[in-house]
Design a protein. Structure first.
Length: 208
């Protein structure tokens, strides 16, 4: 990924700066570290090759939650569990570089360190994965909470095929029933009219 969304063949790569919690300085540090080190091999390799003064724990956690490290061989749950240790080793590697020292084990292995071992933890459930994606990206990537209810929602919705995104095509006064979920609730208090001072809420709803 680059800073912004980029086209790669038939695909579009997600922009790093669009991940919530990843600022411009962090993006610059990640791109600089990747340019110097090549492709990151795993989370520990990432932590050792980026400037952790710019890429802090919250930034790396956001990248794990959104799936940015999914191709690097460990589950998101395992990477979150290993994060503090990875940062600790990354800071030690940074201190070594500044002092001109070389890692002893890397030297014995001809410059190749042994592969890291991640904690043996239970992978996140689909609900946890989706909640993490929603938190960091603003939408779902892996799946959608309503996928398992798609057939029921479609059969119960009227008129047939009605969708939230196409309500503007409905005739005025058309009665609809539509299956969706409440994505956000914003409580407020009415300020004017006969109901001034009474509690109400603004709902954000979404369908598949």
């Amino acid at each position: 990924c680059d800073r912004d969304f980029t086209v790669d063949g038939e695909s579009v790569r997600f922009g790093l700066a669009a991940v919530k919690g990843v600022g411009d300085k962090a993006v610059e540090a990640i791109l600089s570290g990747r340019k110097a080190a090549g492709k990151f091999k795993h989370l520990y390799d990432f932590a050792k090759n980026v400037d952790l003064r710019a890429v802090n724990r919250a930034t790396i956690e956001a990248l794990i939650k959104c799936g940015a490290f999914d191709a690097l061989g460990a589950s998101r749950a395992a990477m979150i569990a290993a994060l503090d240790h990875a940062i600790e080793l990354g800071q030690a590697a940074s201190d070594d570089r500044r002092s001109g020292q070389m890692n002893f084990f890397a030297g014995l292995a001809g410059g190749q360190e042994p592969p890291p071992r991640f904690p043996d933890v239970e992978p996140w459930s689909e609900a946890q994965l989706l909640a993490a994606e929603k938190e960091t990206l603003g939408f779902y990537i892996t799946s959608h909470p309503l996928v398992h209810y798609g057939r029921e929602l479609e059969s119960l919705s009227t008129p047939e095929g009605v969708k939230l995104s196409r309500l503007d095509t409905m005739s005025d006064g058309t009665r609809i029933t539509i299956g969706c979920m409440i994505a956000q609730v914003r409580p407020t208090v009415t300020k004017t009219g006969k109901s001034a001072g009474r509690k109400m809420a603004m709902l954000t709803v979404e369908d598949l």
